[in-house]
Design a binder for this molecule. Sequence first.
Ligand SMILES: Nc1ncnc2c1ncn2[C@@H]1O[C@H](COP(=O)(O)OP(=O)(O)OP(=O)(O)O)[C@@H](O)[C@H]1O
Length: 464
Amino acid sequence: MKFYANDVTNLANRRLRPSFIDDAQFGSFLEALPDGAALLEVDGKIKLVNSKLELLLNLAGGDLVGSELAKHAKTAGPVVQKLSAALQQLKRVEVAGLLNSQRSVVASLSILRTADGGAYGALLTMREAGRHGRSADVSDNFRFEAEAWGSARTRLVRLPPIEAIAKQARTALERGANVLFTGETGTGKTELALAAGRAGDPEAPPFIHVRCGMLSDDQFEGEMFGIEPGSPMDTSTRGKLGYLEAADGGILFLDQVTDLSASSQSKLVAVLETQTFSRLGSAQRRQARVRVIAATSENLSDQVASGAFRGDLYYRIAVMAFELPPLRNQTGLVEALADHHLRRLNLGRKPQLRLSPEFMDRLKAHGYPGNIRELVNILERAAAAADQVALAEHFIVPTPTAVSIPRHADPIDAAPSANLKDMVREFEAWVIEKSIAGNRSKRSAAKSLGIDIATLVRKTKQRQ
Ligand SMILES: Nc1ncnc2c1ncn2[C@@H]1O[C@H](COP(=O)(O)OP(=O)(O)OP(=O)(O)O)[C@@H](O)[C@H]1O
């Protein structure tokens, strides 16, 4: 293999330095790395790539080697775009984000230089964000988008009742117990799961967030257990890393676990009982070294009694169970939650928004059928409608009737300058929010709106 050095900025000053690196040796070196890795030439071409990177990018080595990294930005995602821009400038970079394959990754690009400073190549490494201590969400890029706002810890209002639950749950997990969070929709189960599982803490083990409502029966095994590369089940020929492997040594967070079908539930029971699983297309048994956090807004006892949820699964996941109270029963939290979210909404906002005493009175007096999520949405509407001070008129709450839109809740009134697309999106969010608040669960809300649960989950998460 020959690599050539060049000067960082001035191509006229390009200093060429052939280097003598043996392809086979370097190939086995890359293969031995625990992360996805590639060796790049300074002109942006991919020289060597290991199989873990192929798997992460969902691209075959044959498609990658010899091609320009930048060429794959569209198929692989914006993270690759950033890496390739850094390579062009011969700059070291570390980026986190979502690949188009829906994997959250942390990647780095290091420039390889000779003793006299000439660059002769670059080493790219990439790993699933949940590995070695970063939080990961295999379904979307929720947490990395939120990084500007802080880690799971700072995202949570730090008040004694919430802190106490987070601490007890964390201790239980550290002792190897599975943890269950129940409570109405919007009471903060996901946030608590993130805090208890130390998602976003660089010292913590992986945290894999599985939105069970988005997992159809057909997808369950492939997503949960992964697909053996090159097996008959592997349509991509690159295999697929399953949630269980991605969460190895850490936390598997089963969000809205009651959305799993009976057949998926029984497959999960088998994993939890035997602590083993096999990738699709492979007979090899692998250890499932995970602790489970599960959450649901359904009444689990009723579900077990009616047979909708398996009793054996319930007892496996509910080793430590926490019921989160509705916000209407903890009105003392409203002010602190409002302060907390106002700080977030004010990040980069000009002018900074303040809440008038009248607005605050209305916040405190409200009933919150949608719990903390509803409080957040009320603040977001106020931030969209008000300039510097949120007044009583900026307290906009959708009414429980599905058919008529009250004038004060009309999203068009709230944002007169918005374009049609934004208004339609606002209206859709408004209808969904109202439906979730009026039904006890997202599943029932989706049913009443005539959409499938996966669509509803995706649309609500897009707004968070
Ligand atoms: N302790 C908290 N501190 C600050 N914000 C919170 C807290 N708990 C929840 N929130 C906010 O409330 C909203 C809903 O929270 P979350 O998604 O955790 O609820 P959930 O109970 O998981 O809802 P669902 O059952 O519908 O999935 C989010 O916007 C989140 O930021």
